[in-house]
Write a protein that binds this ligand. Structure first.
Ligand SMILES: Nc1ncnc2c1ncn2[C@@H]1O[C@H](COP(=O)(O)OP(=O)(O)OP(=O)(O)O)[C@@H](O)[C@H]1O
Ligand SMILES: [Mg+2]
Length: 220
């Protein structure tokens, strides 16, 4: 379902070259859940950005559901991402002036979603936030914000969810509750998940655990 072949990616800081991936290969079947662990700076977030098409590799190829990113124009890639990929970030990335319901409905502005309001209300119910629909992010707790972010990542029925340390900012119990919600929805909707985490406990919820070291992914 997802395939990365011979990915090369480096960053330039002034004239200093930081090589992240020289020849990264990875495949992931549909509906599978995998955790990616690895030291800070090893390239985990870079990997998610490559998979989402937000950044481009210097060489190599990425396919999602048989579609090769390099065959898409910039606007086709934006549409493709909006339709197929859901994101959950460590620091939630909610829009501060929109309430919970409006934040969850936001992807409907770029993707075709039928009955976005009903769907958003249903998802917020699923994550246990029916009573917080009109709260702004600043009026929600950290765990509640992350549950809004999970609902938002699911509203367009993505094929794959990319989650970058989604429980990293939460206390252990709240983090576990948020992960319970995420895994329940992932299973129910048979969505593929790539979860970056520093927590072994969180990683164990996935079917496979990989460690990113020296630019390659090793199964643990
Ligand atoms: N835009 C950029 N320009 C230059 N260097 C960058 C850029 N983005 C990331 N880097 C460097 O690339 C390396 C990998 O970054 P990345 O964010 O992918 O790491 P990570 O594994 O997600 O780390 P963490 O666990 O701390 O989130 C880091 O050393 C970082 O400093
Ligand atoms: Mg990171």
């Amino acid at each position: 379902m997802l395939k990365l072949k011979s990915i090369k990616k480096s960053y330039f800081q002034g004239n200093q070259k930081i090589e992240i991936f020289e020849n990264l290969n990875f495949t992931l079947d549909k509906g599978k859940t995998v955790a990616i662990m690895g030291k800070s700076g090893s390239g985990k977030s870079t990997l998610l950005s490559l998979i989402s098409g937000i950044i481009k590799p210097e060489s190599g190829e990425i396919w999602l559901d048989g579609v090769s990113y390099s065959n898409l124009s910039e606007s086709q890639l934006n549409d493709f991402r909006a339709t197929n990929i859901g994101f959950i970030f460590q620091n939630f990335h909610l829009v501060s002036y929109l309430n919970a319901l409006e934040n969850v409905m936001l992807p409907a502005k770029v993707c075709k979603i039928s009955n976005p309001k009903e769907k958003a209300i249903e998802l917020l119910k699923n994550v246990g936030l029916s009573h917080r629909l009109d709260h702004l992010p600043s009026e929600l707790s950290g765990g509640e914000r992350q549950r809004v972010a999970i609902a938002r990542a699911l509203i367009h029925n993505p094929k794959i969810i990319l989650a970058d340390e989604p429980s990293g900012n939460l206390d252990e119990q709240t983090g576990n509750e948020v992960m319970d919600v995420l895994f329940k929805l992932i299973k129910e909707n048979r969505i593929t998940l790539i979860l970056v985490t520093h927590s072994k406990e969180v990683a164990k919820r996935c079917e496979k655990i990989y460690e990113l070291t020296m630019g390659s992914l090793r199964e643990c």
